[in-house]
Design a binder for this molecule. Structure first.
Ligand code: MIC
Ligand code: SF4
Length: 648
């Protein structure tokens, strides 16, 4: 039986277990990336592990999230990250150099390699044939220290691409189509592998847009073959020596095959407040638009920005629209500048922001009250833009450009009626490359680590006792994202200060949450969360587990969990429990007193756990889907404690 690309790459990296979809495997990680908002905690944990140097082939520390420095906190974090990078042999990418995923694709990604990143959009690297996976910072720290990464051996779904995208219809529309088909839930443990004759019609930046937003479907990652187009991209980056060919065998076996005809893709949008809410742009034609944001790791490549610059050449931004562009990298910015695109964008009236995450994470450019904001980014969760009442729609760069001109949602194909032709242009054969914003590590054991007042030690977890007795602090519905659990945006500067950051837990859902949780914790009880389907969608931010741990949470009981968040909960000693019978969700309410007895003993022996609802005088069974390793981690009180026990 032939092999698919995923199997070929993973089999070369498996260090424990074997290729058996559904079973846990451990893989060797070749490269890691971190970004500043998850990186400080990851490196604090790395330091706590006591390694003297990184053990990966390459690790890069990017600063791209908290680059708006209001107050000293972010600058403190940057300096800490820079000094850690120098000490441990990590490449440091300075603030302004660009968004980690875009920059990594340009300068470091290699087909056939594994990449683990403390950011959920790490799968962007699948655009050049990497197995690139997002994870919590602690898992990335373990990989940097030479430890393996554990995943469920994936079920590989082949996305068989046919045909070719029509003018004005783009890779973003194709991945929005994927979200319409697969939705944002129910895909845990799967990988999308792209194949079929349509693959060769897509450039690497287009492929990267598609793999980037696979994260929104909740898959482990997405991957494209490495072919002639990949070679051209790497050559344009003066990295052709990094190319290898990667393709699936003709008789490769897949869990499922889904055909997508690129000819049939039309401009799509995801309407508020989920990337899974898909409509055609036509259906929303004429919706008045207040803000248009071009950028984010999904759509900020040279191709994206040049396309928009050509559409906007000699045009004017509509007076009712605030139009901001955050180029994906310094390289993108320099190249569109050299090729005249930047001038056309500025002339049209665009506001140019730093090459960073910026608007995407709501730490700048928050729209006005009740605004309609069109964004080329990947997430439109409630409040993520920084304005809770705003309505964010996810669109392609082409649809964004059309709205910039007309001031309303406009199918970009209609621009032809206004005499605007589709911008056909060729990607450069060579990009202008200048790596001046990387600091490459030198042999410098003597580096002193900088710790400003914003850097606090990560809190220690306390192992669970045999009885969990607690109160339901909050009961939430389906599809609660990590943005609901702990907001980013203006609060993100407290990432290195867990006690302070914890004050914002569930802020967007229930502003009284923190005070309630504090009372419960201080009374000696555990804060228990109850949730519906697909709890913990979205980001890799481990603070969505770390802050609850700090508040004394020992378990979350949900109908189902998403992958990265499950791993983060376990890493911090919180048990992810699922209802054996989903109907029991209705039998538990906020404020109920809960008891789960014989927790340690039953987990050790694999016996069932029963939740007693003392308030309602009823009980029901819950399940835990933990490997033996994960059970040990939970019993030890989290991964750091587990590693310590093992090394003693
Ligand atoms: C996001 O897009 O939600 C983020 C901000 O990049 C997060 C990481 C974080 O919260 O720091 C992610 O995607 O993992
Ligand atoms: Fe940054 Fe947005 Fe990409 Fe997250 S999704 S890495 S915030 S650009």
């Amino acid at each position: 039986m032939g092999k698919c690309i995923v199997q070929k790459i993973l089999e070369k990296h498996i260090v424990e277990g074997k290729w058996e979809p559904g079973k846990e495997i451990a893989i060797k990680i070749d490269q890691t990336l971190t970004q500043d908002a998850t990186g400080t905690m990851a490196y604090l944990q790395f330091e706590a592990m006591g390694a003297s140097k990184i053990k990966t082939e390459l690790s890069v520390s990017y600063v791209d999230h908290n680059t708006v420095q209001i107050g000293y906190e972010n600058a403190d974090d940057h300096k800490y990250l820079q000094s850690v990078a120098a000490k441990y042999g990590i490449i440091y990418s300075r603030a302004g150099n660009g968004i980690c995923h875009q920059v990594h694709l340009e300068r470091f990604g290699k087909p056939g390699k594994t990449l683990l990143g403390s950011d959920s959009h790490t799968p962007t690297g699948g655009g050049i044939g990497m197995i690139a996976i997002g994870a919590g910072g602690l898992d990335v720290a373990v990989a940097m220290a030479g430890g393996p990464f554990y995943i469920t051996c994936p079920k590989v779904i082949k996305i068989n691409l046919k045909g070719k995208l029509k003018a004005w219809c783009s890779a973003k529309d194709a991945v929005l189509k994927m979200l319409e088909i697969f939705s944002t839930k129910g895909n845990v443990g799967c990988i999308f592998e792209y194949g079929g004759e349509g693959v060769e019609t897509l450039s690497v930046p287009e492929r990267a847009t598609i793999t980037n937003m696979g994260a929104e479907c909740g898959v482990t990652t997405s991957v494209f073959p490495s072919d002639e187009k990949t070679y051209k991209f790497l050559k344009a980056q003066k990295r052709e020596e990094d190319w290898i060919e990667l393709k699936a065998d003709d008789d490769a076996n897949y869990y499922k095959i889904i055909d997508i005809n690129l000819d049939e893709i039309v401009p799509l949008t995801a309407f508020p407040h989920s990337p899974g809410n898909i409509k055609t742009v036509k259906e929303l034609n004429e919706l008045k638009v207040d803000q248009v944001c071009l950028g984010s790791c999904t759509n900020s490549s040279y191709k994206d920005l040049m396309t928009v610059s050509i559409i906007l050449k000699n045009k004017k931004v509509h007076p009712d629209v605030s139009f901001v562009i955050a180029p994906g990298s310094k390289q993108v910015l320099e190249n569109i500048d050299r090729d005249g695109g930047l001038t056309d964008l500025i002339s049209s009236g665009a506001r140019i922001a730093e090459s960073a995450c910026g608007f995407c994470i709501g730490n700048s450019q928050s729209p006005k009250t009740d605004a309609v904001s069109l964004r080329t980014s990947n997430r439109n969760f409630l409040g993520r833009s920084g304005t809770k009442s705003a309505l964010a729609y996810l669109v392609s760069p082409e649809t964004a450009a059309a709205a910039v001109i007309t001031g309303q949602m406009t199918d970009p194909r209609d621009l032809e009626k206004m005499g605007i032709n589709y911008p056909n242009f060729k990607l450069p054969e060579k990009f202008y490359i200048n790596d001046s914003m990387f600091i490459f590590p030198e042999d410098a054991d003597e580096v002193k680590i900088y710790r400003g007042p914003n850097i606090g030690d990560p809190p220690k977890s306390i192992p669970i006792e045999d009885i969990i007795s607690g109160e339901v602090t909050i009961k939430v519905e389906d599809q609660i994202t990590t943005d609901h659990i702990i907001p980013a945006g203006s609060k993100m500067k407290y990432r290195s200060n867990v006690p302070k950051y914890s004050e914002f837990l569930f802020e967007v859902v229930d502003p009284d949450f923190y005070e309630r949780a504090k009372k419960i914790r201080d009374s000696g009880k555990s804060n228990i969360f109850v949730a519906g389907l697909s709890y913990g969608q979205g980001s890799s931010r481990e603070h969505a587990a770390l802050c609850p741990m700090f508040m004394g949470t020992k378990t979350v009981i949900a109908k189902s969990f998403e992958r990265i968040h499950t791993a983060n909960l376990i890493n911090f000693g919180i048990i992810p429990l699922t209802f054996k019978n989903d109907k029991d969700y209705d039998k538990i309410d906020q404020g109920d007193d809960i008891e789960i007895s014989k927790v340690r003993g039953n987990i050790e022996s694999g016996k069932k756990l029963v939740v007693k609802n003392l308030t309602k005088n009823i009980e029901f069974e819950v399940e835990y889907n933990l490997s033996d390793r994960q059970k040990e981690i939970i019993l030890a009180g989290g991964t750091l404690a587990y590693m310590k026990n093992k090394s003693n």
